[in-house]
Structures are given as structure tokens and as C-alpha cells.
Design a protein around this ligand. Structure first.
Ligand SMILES: *Cc1c(COP(=O)(O)O)cnc(C)c1O
Length: 254
């Protein structure tokens, strides 16, 4: 069993897991991973980059030692800093361990503690102001639960609409994250990703290419101040591309 293998291996000191894995769009079961990590006495690190603020999680319940996220994902701030939520006792043990000058979490924390919130290097002032505003808007929306409901409703509407246009999501429902979805290339219709991408972009929508080695996929993300009308608009743009493909299909076959 995994927990026995881990318990027997002192070389493994920490277990890290990505919560919302954006390559595929999988929402990993951090609760189970955390339970295994803790049952064999390992430190537990969660990459919550694209889940924190958009998916409820409880640090205490999950006994997370370090959680990492950033200003520009589900909190809906602008890019510019990442942050770590950590157990003080664990962080206190990290002094002198950093292998780079700037990526030194302990020193950053110390500086902030000792100088009333001062940043170690030049403060990203505009980003901090935007973050404070984003936090205010998150609260105004009804907090993480309300935001999760909006993201989930948008994702569901997106998948339903894409399926009606002949696309299929890569993952089964129970594995899907609410913030990014991988779709398979449709088969036998002359689909070309670059062409598809450029067509959507001309209509004002930017999507992501896939990154999987085994399957041909593309991804559509829906983090951000996105509402029903943006999903409707995107689906209309996808439909225009599909219609064009259908009209061109005879000449492709000729
Ligand atoms: C977005 C993301 C990153 C990178 O975040 P940046 O804000 O671009 O630094 C890393 N991991 C995951 C899981 C992400 O979703």
C-alpha cells in the first residue's frame, strides 16, 4: 500500500499535490492524498494556484503545512505576486534553506514580521491594491461558495454547449475542475487547432492549446469575471467556426 511504502521511506519527507491540475483540468482529491501524507508523518504541500478562492478548502481539516496560490487566479486580482499560507512552526524551520536569493520564503516572512508588513524587495504596490479590491469583490459576490457556484455554472454551460456542437470533454464529470476543461479534437471533420484558435481570437476569445502527449486536446479556462453572456458569446464563436468547417468539408474531401 502507498502509505506503507511512504512510511518505510525516510527519504520522502514532503508530499506535494496540485489541487486543480490545469494541464488536464483534473480536480485532484487532496483530502485522500493529505490523509496518506499525514498517516505516515510527512509534510503536506498543496499547490492551490488555480483553486484557492474558487473552491472551498479548509487548512485545518486537511492539516496542510504549506498552501501556495497567486493573486491572479480565482481571487481575480492582477498578476504580480504569489502567496503561501503556512503553519508558523513549519515556516520557522525553513530559515537558511532557500537555494536562491529572491525565492526565500522565510526571509520574506521575517522581513514582513519585523518591519510591519514591508516587502523584502520593491513592493508590487499596484498589485497589492488590486488584490485588496479583488478580495473586496470576492466578499461582495458572497465569498468562495458563491464564486464556486458561478464558475461551476459557467463550466457546465460551456460543456453542454460544446457537446451540442459536437465536441467531447476529455474527463468524466466526477474528475472535472470548475475552472478549466480539456476538450478532444473532433474527429473526421478537418479540425485544425491553429485555425480554430485564430478564428475564436478574431471574435474576441482566447483559449489554450492542449499539453497532453497522448491525446489531441485543447483547453478552455473560465477563471475570471466571466458570466453567462461571455459563455454564450464564446459558444456562438465556436459555432461559427464549426459551420465554416462544415461548409468547407466537401472541398476538403474532394
Ligand atoms: C496558473 C498556474 C501556475 C502558474 O501560475 P502563475 O500565476 O502564472 O505563476 C502554476 N500551477 C498551476 C496549477 C496553475 O494553475
Amino acid at each position: 500500500m502507498l502509505s506503507e511504502m511512504l512510511a518505510d521511506d525516510p527519504a520522502v519527507t514532503h508530499i506535494a499535490v496540485v489541487h486543480c491540475e490545469t494541464t488536464t483540468g483534473i480536480l485532484n482529491d487532496i483530502e485522500s492524498v493529505g490523509r496518506v501524507a499525514k498517516s505516515c508523518g510527512k509534510k503536506f504541500i498543496v499547490d492551490a494556484m488555480s483553486s484557492f478562492g474558487g473552491i472551498s478548502l479548509y487548512m485545518d481539516d486537511l492539516d496542510i503545512d504549506f498552501l501556495i496560490s497567486s493573486a491572479n487566479k480565482c481571487i481575480e486580482g492582477v498578476p504580480g505576486f504569489a502567496f503561501v499560507i503556512a503553519k508558523r512552526a513549519e515556516l520557522a524551520e525553513c530559515g537558511g534553506r532557500a537555494r536562491s536569493l529572491s525565492l526565500d520564503l522565510y526571509s520574506q516572512w521575517k522581513t514582513m514580521e519585523e518591519h510591519r508588513g514591508k516587502w523584502r524587495f520593491t513592493s508590487p504596490t499596484h498589485v497589492v491594491v488590486a488584490f485588496a479590491e479583488a478580495m473586496r469583490e470576492l466578499k461582495e459576490e458572497g465569498g468562495v461558495v458563491a464564486r464556486n457556484m458561478r464558475y461551476t455554472a459557467n463550466r457546465d454551460m460551456l460543456i453542454r454547449g460544446m457537446e451540442e456542437l459536437g465536441f467531447r470533454a476529455l474527463l468524466p464529470d466526477e474528475l472535472r475542475s470548475p475552472v478549466i476543461t480539456s476538450f478532444l479534437y473532433p474527429e473526421g471533420v478537418g479540425f485544425d487547432f491553429t485555425d480554430f484558435y485564430e478564428s475564436l481570437k478574431r471574435d474576441g476569445y482566447v483559449i489554450y492549446p492542449g499539453k497532453l502527449s497522448e491525446r489531441n486536446t485543447f483547453r478552455i479556462g473560465n477563471i475570471g469575471d466571466i458570466r453567462e453572456e461571455q459563455i454564450t458569446g464564446l459558444l456562438a464563436a465556436v459555432e461559427r467556426y464549426v459551420k465554416r468547417l462544415e461548409n468547407e468539408a466537401p472541398s476538403l474531401c474532394a
